[in-house]
Design a protein around this ligand. Sequence first.
Ligand code: FAD
Length: 470
Amino acid sequence: MHAPVVVLGGGPGGYAAAFLAADEGMEVTIVESESRLGGTCLLRGCIPSKALLHVAKVISEVDELGAEWGVNYAGKPDIDIDKVRARKDKVISNLTGGLGGLAKRRNVTVIQARGSFINSTTMKLEGDHESIPEGGQLTFDHCVLATGSVPAMPPAFDIRSDRVMDSTGALALADIPETMLIIGGGYIGLEMGSVYARLGSKVSVVEMADRLLPGADVDLVKPLAKKVDKMCDGRIYTNTKVGSLSEVGDKIDVTFEGPGKFGREQFDRVLVSIGRRPVTRDLGLENTQVVVTDRGFVECDAQQRTADPHILAIGDVAGDPMLAHKATHEGRIAAEVIAGKPSSFDKAAIPAVVFTDPEIAWAGVTEDEAKAEGREVEVSIYPWAASGRAQALGITNGLTKLLVDPVTHRVIGCGIVGSGAGELIAEAVLAIEMGCEVHDLTDTIHAHPTLSETIMNAGEVHLGTATEIY
Ligand code: FAD
């Protein structure tokens, strides 16, 4: 079988590339080893985690704020874990079903098989699905490599116990363990930790760095760290390594190497969330001209082209940041480049969101990055305690932070911590992308009372025109 364009991997990078290439008039085939399109994001990442996090948010609002506001519910919430799981699975199946329909409508062929390269223009297809063509091979003119990433599991933690989970295992929500240790205080660990803590587990978090979310702006992390510490009753151990894991009866015995915590403790379940690795092993890339870096990413240029003229790479496999919207954007570029358009990746801001309570979102340059680059920036912060909307909602622990270039007055970065930060950041992304000056934000009328005003207010703080209370 010959396919002019083959996309290997049906995640948010792969299906976007395939659909857009079909829209450009090309004949497209997706090779995906799973029975459904959607990839990590839809099947075991962004979507199921957010479906569960929403349940966690409802519980925490009722638990923490209800009584404070004079609304009392009797006792603790009664969690029906089967229903919680079923709702999450329904959300996934609604979305994957939709993707199948979109592929059909565009005449995109989907082959369910594990693909690997025999050479730069031939793919081997393994599996037993009826969609695999006779001979189990496919030749192509162009291939978009979109095989994504999988959770990293160091051999020391891989003790073959159901009680030691990665993010996929945690999302399966087999039970609500009494005690749970999260190894890694990054966004996946904190999101999943929040879910289990709100459902009733006693959660502990261990992180090797000196703070949670080591890559994020410290001003944004502080309010979150305070809330997580309260949620975990102080069981947050930074500057601490896990030495070993072993199964002892129905517990996991964990050794800690301080200073945050020393010695050993037993947990019902352990979630290892120390990062993800790109899927480049066992793909036969050595039979092509594709170059893979020491960290396992595929090297590609701003047009998503690899060193092999027939192969482009997008998404998690093509490098950091490993985010679904970055994968989708690269998928668009790859499709346009194959169609002969002069597209390339040239983004001033890729937003990043941590969907914890409170949420954290940022885009553009961070204060730490500016410092490291010796770049001058002016920083202005608007505390949500001064926002009428935040006061009304009882979420005054948030803040909005703007970074402005002192010479051009352009907005070059923005960070937000607080409820809904993930939605609010969109305005800042647009401002950075369009090269807005700070007065463009302050001259824009924002609806009152809304949290979006805090972006305008941070601009007013920068210009020295802020009123005391909004
Ligand atoms: P993937 O989504 O990983 O898809 C790759 C596909 O390729 C998979 O379907 C896989 O089965 C297939 N494949 C691999 N090898 C082969 C092969 N040899 N043959 C055939 N098929 C193959 N990102 C966000 O932006 N926002 C979030 O809120 C967010 N939350 C997350 C929460 C969790 C718990 C996790 C784990 C991830 C989260 N992410 C989030 C990251 C996001 O899921 C990834 O960045 C995104 O899915 C990457 O898309 P991709 O298309 O590059 O690869």
